[in-house]
Design a protein around this ligand. Structure first.
Ligand code: HEM
Length: 486
């Protein structure tokens, strides 16, 4: 073990071999499933180890004890984010929430969004109404595609995007609307390019060479920014402070009242760019993640018809078929809630979270960590730890239920699907509302099946900006009970 040089008297974590310039890249090259590679490397280097990405020192955390120390116990010391070429482009140099580093302005901005979300969104009937409207529209599409082998992915993306559009701008779109199609296209372009873990993020000097991905990302961001700017200008012009129609209005109002109560110190003003990038974050962090979890849920239900049957039995008993599900039904449907928790465990959508950065010399467990280290929490390892989970690769919603099957709880602290602490996901409440309502609406009416003569789709994820599901088709069959009741 090397000595620390950080004054803590502790040694540094064991490191993968590293070469000048490229660092440990040779150990990672040829392993596109980075989360699995980092998980397996534990057997050689222990659960906490280090590596070099070019000149960046990276610490990889694989156990929940260390993860909780980083996120909760020493949350402030590890609340930084790395600045990369890609994230600087996405966030106009860190003017958003997800990629901005920790500091007074970021704290104020995050608090503002929290207030705006609780003012307009979370817990409000308006948001429940928006999600239910999209769930009804999704069910109509599934009805129209009765007995066809349907790719549900675009429909789920549309539903979730529409929720976010309604939440942020009080506008939703019909299929084929050119503005909506443009939005779907640029979002996909951003996901595809960011997912490639662009080499320019490791070697920023590569920017001087032509780069196809970077060019595509810039084109997509131009479309995104034009659209955001247009919505923002419309909102600012119409804003009167009395009626809050959506999150954009709520943000404008919360900023105004914060400024009125105590004018911000120089350098701590939240500019229009900050508000724009915040809304960009809600799209960026809110759509692909939620849609992907829904796709994983559908995929696991195809593999486990017995789980689907149990959810439907629970719904028939507790809600019946005469009305649609509400958010207030959540305590009545613990098996559905447990299924959602198990999907979030077995296929964590953000398997390496977003990298953190240490803001001071500090430590994790018995190891010293220098200021500026990038810290990657491997959620895959945390959620598949055999010491914490019985047969972790087995899909078993029952593990999240108490003995009587009536209350939901996590049987292990090794469970952090939304992260934790200072940087915990800002959209956890919203995401859980969407997952519950979309699944409840669909499963009340339909049984999801694998189309005849097709093999069950693969459960293997593809590592990228989220843990992606491979393309698959579904047959949504209207349930006999639903047909009889309607
Ligand atoms: C099921 C869906 C979702 C999952 C599993 C998820 C998970 C996560 C995770 C693991 C992080 C990283 C935490 C860290 O770096 O320590 C994160 C951050 C974030 N999420 Fe989500 N998320 C979801 C949906 C959403 C939604 C709907 C929104 C929109 C409101 C959202 C907004 C954010 C933001 C803004 C951050 C950055 C927080 C920060 O850096 O301070 N997420 N999310």
């Amino acid at each position: 073990r090397a000595t620390s040089g950080t004054g803590t008297g502790l040694g540094r974590p064991r490191s993968l071999p590293a070469l000048p310039l490229v660092g440990s890249l040779l150990q990672l090259a040829g392993h596109p499933q980075l989360h699995l590679r980092l998980w397996r490397l534990q057997s050689r280097y222990g659960s906490l180890y280090a590596l070099w990405m070019g000149s960046h020192y990276v610490v990889v955390v694989n156990s929940y004890r260390h993860a909780r120390e980083v996120l909760l116990k020493k949350g402030k010391a590890f609340a930084g984010r790395p600045r990369t070429v890609t994230t600087d482009l996405l966030s106009r140099g860190g003017k958003d929430i997800a990629f901005a580093s920790y500091g007074p302005l970021w704290k104020f901005q995050r608090k503002l969004v929290h207030t705006a979300l609780s003012m307009f969104g979370e817990g409000s009937l308006a948001l429940e109404r928006i999600i239910c409207r999209e769930a009804a529209s999704l069910c109509e599409t599934l009805s129209a595609a009765q007995d066809m082998a349907l790719d549900m992915a675009p429909e789920l993306t549309r539903a979730v995007t529409n929720v976010v559009c309604s939440l942020c701008f009080n506008s939703s779109y019909r299929r084929g609307d050119p503005e909506f199609e443009a939005m779907l296209e640029y979002s996909q372009g951003i996901v595809d390019t960011v997912a490639k873990e662009s080499l320019v993020d490791i070697f920023p000097w590569l920017q001087i060479f032509p780069n196809k991905d970077l060019a595509l990302l810039k084109r997509c961001l131009k479309v995104r920014d034009q659209l955001l700017q247009q919505k923002f200008t419309e909102h600012k012009e119409a804003f009167c402070g009395d009626a809050v129609r959506d999150l954009m209005d709520a943000l404008l109002q919360v900023r105004l009242s914060a400024e009125n109560s105590s004018p911000p110190a120089p350098g701590l003003e939240l500019t229009d760019d900050h508000l724009l990038m915040t809304v960009g974050d809600i799209f960026g962090a809110g759509v692909e993640t939620t849609t992907t979890v829904l796709k994983w849920a559908v995929l696991y239900l195809l593999h486990h018809p017995e789980v689907q049957r149990k959810i439907q039995e629970e719904m028939d008993q507790k809600i019946g078929l005469a009305r649609h599900p509400h958010l207030s039904d959540r305590p009545l449907l613990p098996y559905l809630e447990a299924t959602i928790s198990e999907v979030l465990r077995i296929r964590p959508v953000s398997p390496l979270l977003i990298p953190h950065v240490s803001l001071a010399d500090t430590s994790i467990g018995e190891y010293s960590i220098p200021k500026g280290a990038r810290v990657v929490i491997n959620l895959w390892s945390v959620h598949h730890d055999e010491k914490e989970w019985d047969k972790p690769e087995e899909f078993n919603p029952g593990r999240f239920l108490d003995e009587r099957g009536q209350h939901i709880h996590s049987p292990s602290p090794s469970y952090l699907p939304f992260g934790a602490g200072i940087r915990v996901c800002l959209g956890e409440v919203l995401a859980k509302m969407e997952l519950f309502l979309f699944l409840a609406w669909v499963l009340q009416r339909f049984t999801l099946e694998c189309p005849q003569d097709q093999p069950l789709p693969s459960l293997e994820g593809k590592f990228g900006v989220v843990l992606q599901v491979q393309k698959f088709r579904v047959k949504a069959r209207l349930r006999d009970a639903w047909r009889a009741a309607s």
